[in-house]
Design a protein around this ligand. Structure first.
Ligand code: IVH
Length: 677
């Protein structure tokens, strides 16, 4: 169909406005109204129109988010106002000293208020806007000049490409803040990289820094970066108080710290700092402290700065999450698909509340790059909820004569030769019968996202595999006939054996998608499973699928397609699947309508907000759907119930406004249980 330039212009305008709105709904307000597919379709339509009519491509078009041409080298830019850093403290006493100093520099008895903000553990960034349009994004550099990373910055969805004019907004300004990566995004990205044999990142901060410096904005666009604004500089009249400027930034379309609080006394500031130290893990991103700022700008100006830090602010950091300790040895861990991961054996060291004696060393290249040697003093970091990592070596403390680490050539478990493909970062053990792989596959099958068999943890699986009772996941379903053998294992009694068998029986009710995830096909994570189940609703259909048919599915690339295809062509796997089917596991997706008619939540639409303590979000969705309910992401009049977990978002206010019923987790659980009775 031919489109005339005038109707194209109107359509481009409409699409741009829609996409901007959906970006904000999704990234800033976390309340999406449309699915990813619908969003992609709008974006594609806009891209096509702009390609046909290049004159219609506006500088703030949402298509600019997907990444332009690569940059060879970043230009250096001078900051209009120096990017200062903050004085740090770790002690309560020094926070009080800061308060005393501030008060001593202000007239006695003058009213003073502090704003406490989270100290984001990311990378600082400054943005320049002119006439509302984003002109420049630059890193801090040495504080006086930094790198021009504008093309990368454009791809970050929480950075407005255009600030809408109007009351309560300034269109010529500089906005400063921090780029971060949420822990879950970081973990997902690392898992994908691990599966793809690529190098993994150490922590969200490092991967943010590395991403901002990438030369190809298209790759940056695919990385989940977010920007939190914490300062607004402008010549025009802006609010006198920092707290009001933060609110203004929020109105201008920026993501700001919603936990920021104002206090009148240093006691409250200290209390706030301590409270956040205890609950830092409840946030979806890493913080390393709380920043305390004098709220009034007039006072800030009077206080001024010394050297590179202002006198009106201080970073109150949390106790360090890293420590130095001795690397006693390096052992190899064998994963469920044979991936070999080197793990550091450490002289136990106390970090942030726990004793750490093991830490990840990723892969051969990582050890080689840092030149980590057994006997070295190493730096160990423990971030958020992720496993500890060795992040550095104290070269100056290396004893003489330490040998370079040579990666073993044999599997420590079964003695098979290890091999490493040129394009992969990991070594592999190819022996399917390797006891560690068997163990890994069974643990994966029993994990929360798969069959969720709680009694089947590390120690039990170890015993079952060592006793040769279980070699693959299908063997679990024969254990009912081998109860005597179970009972003859050390520390096992009638009660524990029965509990395990009951757990295994319970797993028979799990839907096909869980089975497909649980059998652990390489490169097939939970997300891919859903896509595959929609396209091929049974194992039989999946087995029939050709490579081309698999690849034709949206989100299934050649790597995944090849892995799935090969899996179903291995006779050992077909045997396993037919045994699982015989045992009573579901190898085809249930017709949703049938269960819907039976369910206690039939015909009801739900939205979830906050964290549930007894189940993950996908699990809650699955259980609601199993009872005939439907789960959507945004609160609207059509929604019947908002399920409210810990730390709920703005959805509660919306639900209140619309009069939508609200359930807490307990109530949801009781409703889900109803059908059983
Ligand atoms: S204010 C002059 N606020 O901490 C004050 N900084 O040395 C400028 N940071 O790299 C900084 N969260 O990027 C401020 N809420 C926050 C912050 C924050 C993190 C970073 C900042 C800089 C370092 C301070």
């Amino acid at each position: 169909m031919k489109v005339s330039p005038t109707s194209a212009a109107a359509r481009v305008k409409k699409l741009s406005a829609e996409l901007h709105r959906h970006d904000r709904l999704y990234y800033v307000l976390a309340e999406p109204e449309i699915s990813d597919e619908q969003y992609d379709a709008l974006m594609r339509e806009l891209q096509e129109l702009e390609e046909t009519f290049p004159a219609l491509r506006a500088p703030d078009s949402p298509t600019q988010r997907v990444g332009g041409a690569p940059t060879k080298e970043f230009a250096t830019v001078r900051h209009s106002v120096q990017m200062l850093s903050l004085a740090n403290t770790y002690s309560e006493e020094e926070i009080r000293d800061f308060d005393r100093r501030v008060r001593s520099l202000l007239p006695p008895a003058e009213k003073l208020q502090y704003v406490c903000e989270l100290k984001f553990d990311g990378v600082s960034l400054t943005l320049r806007y002119a006439g509302g349009l984003l002109q420049l994004g630059a890193t801090r550099g040495d504080g006086t000049q930094g790198d021009d990373v504008t093309n990368n910055v454009r791809t970050i969805r929480t950075i407005p490409l255009r600030i809408p004019p109007g009351k309560g907004s300034v269109t010529d300004c500089e906005v400063r803040g921090e780029v971060v990566m949420f822990r879950k995004d970081f973990q997902r990205m690392n898992e994908e990289r691990l599966e793809a044999g690529e190098k993994t990142f150490i922590n969200p901060r490092n991967s943010t820094a590395g991403t901002l410096k990438l030369q190809d904005p298209k790759i940056v666009a695919a990385r989940p970066l977010r920007f939190f604004a914490y300062a607004l500089l402008a010549d025009a009249k802006v609010p006198e108080r920092h707290s009001d400027r933060l609110a203004m930034l929020g109105k201008m379309g920026f993501l700001v710290d919603t936990h920021a609080k104002r206090f009148g006394t240093i006691e409250d500031v200290v209390g706030h700092w301590k409270a956040w130290e205890a609950q830092r893990e409840s946030l979806p991103f890493d913080i390393d402290g709380v920043v305390v700022k004098v709220d009034s700008f007039a006072q800030q100006e009077r206080l001024g700065a010394i050297a590179k830090s202002p006198r009106w602010a201080i970073a109150c950091k949390f106790a360090s999450r890293s420590a130095e300790t001795l690397l006693r040895g390096i052992r190899l861990q064998v994963g469920r698909i044979g991936t070999i991961t080197p793990v550091a054996d450490l002289e136990p060291v106390f970090i942030g509340g726990t004793t750490v004696s093991r830490a990840s060393l990723y892969n051969e290249d990582y050890i080689r790059e840092l030149d980590i040697r057994v006997g070295d003093t190493v730096i160990v970091e423990r971030g958020g909820d992720v496993i500890p990592k060795v992040t550095g070596v104290k070269r100056d403390r290396r004893p003489r004569g330490l040998k370079k680490f040579m990666f073993p050539k044999k599997c420590p478990e079964c003695g098979s030769s290890l091999h490493r493909l040129p394009e992969e970062a990991h070594y592999f053990c190819d022996n399917d019968e390797c006891p560690m792989q068997i163990r890994g596959r069974i643990l994966h099958w029993a994990s929360r996202g798969a069959m969720d068999i709680q009694r089947l943890g590390d120690a039990v699986v170890d015993q079952l595999v060592t006793a040769s009772l279980v070699k693959n996941v299908a063997d679990l379903y024969d254990l009912h006939q081998k109860k005597d053998a179970l009972l003859s294992m050390e520390r096992w009694g009638e009660k524990s054996a029965q509990k395990l068998l009951d757990g295994i029986t319970q797993s028979l009710t799990k839907p096909y998608s869980r089975v497909l995830y649980g059998i652990g096909i390489r490169h097939v994570g939970a997300g891919v499973v859903n896509v595959l189940c929609d396209a091929f609703p049974s194992a039989a259909a999946l087995k029939e699928a050709s490579l081309e048919e698999l690849q034709a599915v949206h989100d299934v690339g050649p790597r995944i397609a090849a892995s799935v295809h090969a899996f179903f062509r291995d006779p050992q796997h077909t045997r396993l699947l037919s045994r699982l089917a015989k045992a009573g596991l579901s190898l085809a997706a249930e017709k949703k309508k049938r269960s819907a008619a039976l369910g206690a939540l039939s015909g009801m639409t739900f939205v979830l907000t906050g964290t549930l303590s007894s189940m993950s979000r996908p699990e809650a969705q699955e259980r609601i759907e199993a009872q005939g309910g439907k789960v959507v992401t945004a609160v609207s009049k059509q929604v019947r119930v908002l399920v409210v977990g810990e730390d709920p978002g703005s959805k509660v206010a919306k639900a209140e406004q619309l009069g939508v019923e609200m359930w807490d987790e307990q109530h949801l659980l009781s409703m889900l249980e109803k059908r059983k009775g």
